[in-house]
Design a protein. Structure first.
Length: 422
């Protein structure tokens, strides 16, 4: 029996198991809905990471007061909780409500691990966040947080944020950013572009894309088109200026952070999650949108973030849905921002957050306007490694950009065919 057939059978087995699981869970939900006197209708479990515990406790208290429903909070690793969801759904140990990054919502939903969610009017979602939780017309999460990469710059080195990549190229000519020990190399501006999540904005701003139809058509892959090749070659022109350590796909993030914290780098591209480290290191940093590209277009990062989701095995779907509606209400989304500084998906609460005049918040909101929703179909899992290899091979000169891109697309197509039979 070929390994290809084995993989197809394994995928089919998972899908069949998931559909059986959904049928089983569906009948349980129906039974519970009929039995409104069930004690479980007045109890819910809420799984969050430790960093969200204070918010969760406050929200649970407010919800109990409002609805009479007791919310028990469990804390643990977010990704670990999602990785265990299949087993927890089968054993009935899954929480009623938890959080998931948008790129996991689609695949977990289509795998039968999540219940469908109804987006209430009070959630104040926009089309972009709605698309991040929707696959095949079905909604598997309620948008909670928006995220995007931004530009951090050192205010002690720069009077204002660079507006264009031409500004960054001029900075690179300044000898004060020369990298000690490597002749002719600069650390004026740094970005971890062998990481596809970081370099995607460069490709997208030049007309490259992952999947057609706004990330929903896996048969149409745009990573080797003309725009992509232009972007990859532009990235290569920076790698020729950067220290050799930038080509170390494991070590580059640390090099970037260290150089920025030590005042040897004027500007970097990174995510909101880095702000705390820069605060702790006492960097006098500013945050802005990423400069416009040489073609005058925007750097179109992936639009990401997190959603509240309901595991498929919940015994109280109606109650879980009501709690999710509460969590994404404007009031609770404002409270979430105040507690975490993470930007609300709810557009009313987002306006409230923007009114706080926090540079990071403003930059993420502005950057998100030009962001592209990250594809949330299961086939996206086949993209990350080949895309990383493509970027590394091209910027290190192992292959020319076109060859590296064509090879990556071939590998992605083959992997999708093997895993998903398409």
């Amino acid at each position: 029996m070929s390994s290809k057939f084995m993989k197809s059978a394994a995928v089919l087995g998972t899908a069949t198991l998931a559909s059986l699981l959904l049928v089983a869970c569906g009948s349980k939900s129906a039974d519970k809905a009929a039995d409104t006197s069930s004690s479980e209708a007045k109890e819910l479990t809420f799984y969050v990471e430790d960093q969200y515990k204070a918010f969760a406790e406050s929200a649970a208290k407010a919800y109990e007061k409002e609805s009479g429903v007791k919310v028990t909070i469990k804390t643990g690793d977010q990704m670990g909780g999602l990785d265990n969801l299949s087993l927890d759904n089968q054993s009935g140990k899954a929480a009623d409500v938890m959080m998931a990054p948008y790129d996991r919502v689609g695949s977990l939903g289509t795998d039968g691990q999540l219940s469908e969610v109804t987006l209430s009017d009070g959630a104040k979602t926009d089309d972009k966040t709605k698309s991040l939780v929707t696959v095949g017309g079905k909604v598997y999460g309620a948008p909670a947080v928006i995220e995007s990469l931004v530009l951090y710059y050192n205010k002690d080195l720069l009077k204002e944020a660079p507006k264009t990549f031409a500004d960054l190229e001029n900075l690179a000519k300044d000898s004060k950013y020369a990298f000690a020990g490597e002749d002719g190399k600069t650390t004026a501006f740094l970005a971890d572009w062998t990481n596809f999540y970081y370099s995607y904005g460069l490709l997208a701003g030049n007309g490259g894309y992952v999947f057609g139809q706004n990330g929903k058509d896996p048969k149409d892959i745009g990573l080797a088109n003309e725009g992509s090749i232009t972007a990859i070659n532009y990235a290569k022109s920076w790698y020729e200026k950067w220290p050799k350590g930038m080509q170390d796909t494991e070590g580059a993030p640390n090099l970037i952070q260290t150089q920025f914290q030590e005042g040897k780098t004027a500007a970097i591209i990174d995510g909101p999650w880095k702000a705390q480290a820069f605060k702790d290191a006492k960097v006098n940093y500013g945050v802005a949108t990423i400069p416009t590209l040489p073609n005058g277009k925007n750097y179109e990062t992936f639009g990401g973030g997190k959603a509240w989701v309901i595991p498929a095995s919940t015994k109280n779907l109606e109650g879980a849905q009501k709690f999710v509606d509460f969590l994404v209400s404007t009031e609770q989304q404002k409270a979430f921002y105040d507690a975490t500084n993470e930007i609300p998906a709810n557009t009313e609460a987002r306006t409230y957050a923007e009114g706080k005049k926090d540079e990071l918040t403003t930059a993420v909101i502005e950057q998100f306007k030009n962001a592209q929703p990250m594809p949330n179909i299961s086939q996206m899992s086949a993209v990350w490694d080949p895309a990383k290899t493509m970027l590394f091979e091209a910027v290190s000169g192992t292959k020319d950009a076109k060859t590296a891109a064509n090879d990556a697309v071939t590998l992605i197509k083959d992997t999708i065919k093997q895993k998903f039979g398409e």
